[in-house]
Ligand binder design. Structure first.
Ligand code: SF4
Length: 907
């Protein structure tokens, strides 16, 4: 087993490696099954020379099959035909599919997918069944296959007209050229071919001398383990690799994983987590890349180009600014992100922004002038060209120029220093751009928008993998592992369903054609043979091999792969040392921060919410009130909940504003209103016009605002009907501003409303649309102290005796007061339910005093800088907070083994 007992791992001593190395040193040519395999063999050759202590050596003769065939054909062909690249060929197929009766009805996306399928089917025929390239042989094909047959015919005509050729035809074209040629050719040594296809064998035979690298001896140690689940399997594999590297630091390890693209993140986390035990971090790399479009630099370039012509989503702009790919340096990045924050603070957020709309905003912060100049200049440059169509080459050149003007890190001179990985992305980007430029191979001209669509497609399909750092652990899929060798291999996911891998046959080709030609997935036996050949190749590429599988996968029982059993016997239980510790070591270092940074000054912004936050979680109060940290709610097409709440407050403020707002001030005036709905309508209409930022209002459809107004009118009318049932009262003030000093902390407070009750006392009211309860104020650690702060510190104890503090729950069909009253029935609601909390739990002087003491303690703790990450009720408190990324509560709780309580939600 990989992680057990003593081992003598000797890199580079397997038969096939020795044979290939000797062949290359002798100046021979090695033909690798794929580009990736060719890269691996080249890396192994260089590694061996370095190990010999050499400082310089000749370039090894290693070629991959595809480029070998194309280049060999081009050297011999005299007709000057262009070998189409993938993008050119797909464009040709898309044109043919689109012009046909079957594909003409498709939208661009499905048409492109159909074109890709047709191209794939053509390649399969070239490789496995060239007989069917003749139209006569396809005459009996029906339905979809008949459509494909017609497209192939069209494709051949189109190629002839353009003097071009599909790369898939290159081996077929090369064959007669080789057969007609006389003379000796250098011998070829084949590496990494799991299955030699008929057309490959014919080409090789026509070439002359060739031989396949001898498979080495099968691994001397083979094991098969079963685990409970996929996490345990991943942990065991990562632990095993870490232990081997600890014992043999120069060992080379190969991990084979199924579904690598999907599981990449999960695998990366497991290896990072367990790498520490090997004493070295980051000692693994994936052989499979990621789509270029998902890499930051390329994404930034696309967004910039799109923005020059139309709007970007707000979240795209936030990403673009904070990524730094659109800026000339940190100062510009900070200014731009600050500008976006300014828009937010004013409630001017939009789901989309054009450049002009953004340029026109004045949120109190300025857009950096240099950035505005560059973007405006880039846009002007684009506008000079953009109407009409151009050759793709002209658009590609313009794209480079625009990006350079806009400040994107350009290959020919970036405004900021680039790291090596960014240079590699730039190279790959340039290749994708060149491929798009090559779409003009047949003289076609396209619009800028069409060019951008092609560019997006090219970026989605291009794979970017950073240059190998020759990490000791290589992680690959089974098919991509050709050409890789190691001291030990761990094959994960060896289940009956996953190995042999199964797949679907091609939907456009007749099934019997696929079966007879032995195309992929056309028969179970074929899948079995291919998987067996790959397994044999892997077993021969290392001295130790371990298979593993998880009994439970996504809730389903899995069985062990029969191929793995054939090689390594029946699965065994995992040895104890490969069981992951109950809680893995965290990748982050834990640091117990007990320091306190007292406040400078004695005033805090945020009103009573500072003390509410201090009670909910001291770190939250510190981060929000002292560091200015805040959540980032995505912009919505309509009103966000905070805006809705503000509107309701504004309408009620206007209604109870007295003469100044053409409103009312007393219960008697409320009773005297003849048409309550009409009365509310005026106030609601004014509130929507006056209290919503014009920028926000202009963005919303008129009808939407009308509906919002209707909702407000209904809500407030119903609430006022409810207030009519109250004991007579008068309104002492709405949106009342008060200053309070609590244990030395100055707060500016704003109370929704204060009523004078019939017994001469004062009632503090806070409007709520949610389902809140006075339980929030329960000591010793209240979840909310806003109303207790108002009740205890905002009113003058001599002139404004407290009669109660209540939430006014303005909710359609559920209007009510909730809180504490000195005399609920006598001073608030004559018909109050005697069993309600409002009636039963009267406000007492002791309760008020206890709140005051607790609030003063909170104020003192805030001033002293007490800021531990200590949520009142984990995870409920954290679910309602936006600062998880700052306090890292989730990671730390997990690392400490504190189980998560799934319960969540607002009260
Ligand atoms: S997420 Fe939780 S722990 Fe973090 S600051 Fe907010 S309440 Fe405190």
């Amino acid at each position: 087993m990989l992680a057990q007992g003593s081992r003598s791992l000797k890199p580079g001593t397997l038969n096939s490696e020795l044979e290939i190395d000797a062949w290359l040193r002798g100046g021979g040519l090695v033909l690798a099954a794929s580009e990736r395999a060719a890269r691996s063999l080249t890396a192994a050759f260089h590694r061996a020379r370095r190990a010999e202590g050499l400082r310089a050596w000749p370039v090894p003769g290693i070629r991959d099959w595809h480029s070998f065939v194309c280049e060999t054909w081009q050297e011999r062909s005299g007709d000057g035909r262009l070998v189409l690249n993938a993008l050119q060929e797909r464009a040709l197929w898309a044109e043919i599919v689109g012009a046909s009766g079957q594909g003409g009805v498709l939208l661009d996306g499905p048409r492109q997918r159909m074109a890709a399928l047709a191209m794939q089917a053509h390649e399969l025929l070239c490789t496995y069944a060239p007989l069917f390239l003749s139209a006569g042989a396809r005459s009996g094909w029906q339905q979809d296959a008949a459509a494909l047959s017609g497209w192939i015919k069209e494709f051949e005509v189109a190629c002839r007209e353009r003097n071009a050729m599909s790369a898939a035809r290159a081996p077929l074209e090369l064959l007669p050229a080789l057969e007609a040629e006389r003379g000796e050719r250098p011998g070829l040594l084949l590496a990494g071919f799991d299955r030699l296809l008929p057309v490959q064998r014919k080409v090789l035979d026509a070439w002359g001398q060739w031989t396949a690298a001898r498979a080495g001896e099968s691994a001397s140690q083979m094991r098969f383990y079963e685990m409970a689940d996929a996490q345990a399997e991943l942990a065991a594999c990562a632990l095993s690799c870490a232990r081997i590297l600890k014992e043999s630091p120069h060992a080379r390890l190969l991990v084979i994983a199924q579904d690598l693209a999907k599981r990449r993140g999960e695998i990366e986390r497991a290896f990072l987590q367990f790498a520490e035990s090997s004493g070295a971090a980051q000692r693994f790399e994936f052989s499979l890349g990621v789509p270029l479009s998902s890499v930051g630099l390329a994404r930034g370039a696309r967004l910039l180009m799109r923005w020059l012509r139309g709007p970007l989503e707000e979240h795209e702009i936030d990403w673009l600014f904070s990524s730094g790919y659109a800026t000339a340096g940190d100062a510009e990045t900070y200014a731009l992100t600050g500008f976006m924050r300014g828009l937010r603070r004013r409630g001017w957020q939009r789901t989309q922004w054009t450049l002009d709309a953004l340029f026109a905003q004045k949120p109190g912060a300025e857009l950096p002038r240099a950035w505005v100049t560059r973007m405006a200049q880039a846009r002007r440059r684009l506008e000079e060209f953009v109407t009409g169509v151009q050759a793709p080459l002209a658009w590609a050149e313009l794209a480079s120029e625009l990006l350079q003007i806009a400040g994107w890190p350009h290959p020919e001179g970036s405004r900021r220093p680039l790291v090596s990985a960014e240079f590699q992305v730039l190279r790959r980007w340039q290749q994708a751009l060149d491929a798009c430029a090559s779409l003009g191979f047949d003289g076609r001209r396209v619009s800028w928008d069409a060019f951008l669509i092609e560019l997006k497609r090219a970026l989605d399909e291009a794979v970017f993998a950073p240059e190998s750092q020759d990490a000791p652990i290589q992680i690959a899929g089974a098919a991509e592992s050709a050409g890789l060798s190691a001291d030990a291999v761990w094959f994960m996911g060896a289940t009956e369903d996953a190995w042999p891998a199964s797949g679907s046959t091609h939907p456009l080709l007749p099934f019997e054609v696929q079966r007879e030609a032995g195309m992929p997935y056309a028969s179970a036996q074929l899948d079995w043979d291919v998987a067996q050949a790959m397994t044999a190749r892997l077993a021969a590429s290392a001295s130790e091999m371990t298979f593993s599988y998880a009994r439970q996968n996504a809730g389903l029982e899995a069985r062990a792969s029969r191929i793995a059993i054939q090689f390594a016997g029946h699965p065994q239980r995992l040895p104890e040392e490969l069981h992951a510790p109950a809680i893995g070591k965290p990748a982050t270092a834990i640091f117990q921060d007990v320091s306190q940074v007292p406040m400078h000054g004695d005033s805090a912004t945020g009103g009573a919410t500072v003390l509410t936050a201090q009670s909910q979680c001291p770190f939250k109060a510190f981060a929000a009130a002292r560091l200015g940290a805040q959540g980032w709610e995505p912009a919505q097409a309509g009103l966000i909940s905070a805006q809705r709440g503000n509107l309701l407050h504004e309408v009620l403020h206007s209604v109870w504003g007295g003469a100044a707002t053409a409103g009312i001030r007393t219960h008697a005036e409320l009773m005297a209103v003849a048409d309550l709905r009409a009365f509310v309508e005026d106030h609601a209409r004014r509130a929507v016009v006056e209290s919503m930022p014009a920028n926000a209002r202009e963005q919303m459809p008129k009808r939407y605002l009308e509906l919002e107004e209707m909702r407000l009118i209904a809500l407030v009318t119903e609430w006022l009907e409810f207030e009519r049932t109250r004991v007579p009262f008068s309104v002492a003030g709405t949106e009342v501003k008060k200053d309070a000093t609590i244990a030395g902390l100055h707060l500016h407070l704003r109370l929704d409303r204060i009523d004078r009750l019939n017994d001469g006392t004062f009632l503090v009211i806070d409007y709520k649309t949610g389902n809140v309860s006075p339980k929030l104020w329960d000591l010793p650690r209240p979840d909310d102290v806003q109303l207790p702060v108002y009740a205890g510190f905002a009113l003058n104890r001599q002139t404004e005796p407290l009669g109660g503090l209540v939430f006014a729950k303005v909710r359609a069909g559920e209007n009510e007061f909730a809180g504490r009253m000195g005399n609920a029935q006598g001073a608030l609601l004559p018909n109050v339910n005697a069993r309600s909390s409002l009636a039963k739990n009267a406000l007492t002087a002791e309760e008020l005093e206890a709140w005051r003491d607790s609030i003063e303690d909170l104020a003192r703790a805030f001033i002293e800088g007490r800021a531990p990450v200590d949520p009142r009720e984990y995870p409920k408190t954290c679910v309602r907070c936006d600062l998880q990324a700052l306090c890292r509560v989730y990671e730390n709780r997990e690392a400490n083994g504190e189980a998560e309580d799934e319960e969540s939600g607002d009260e």
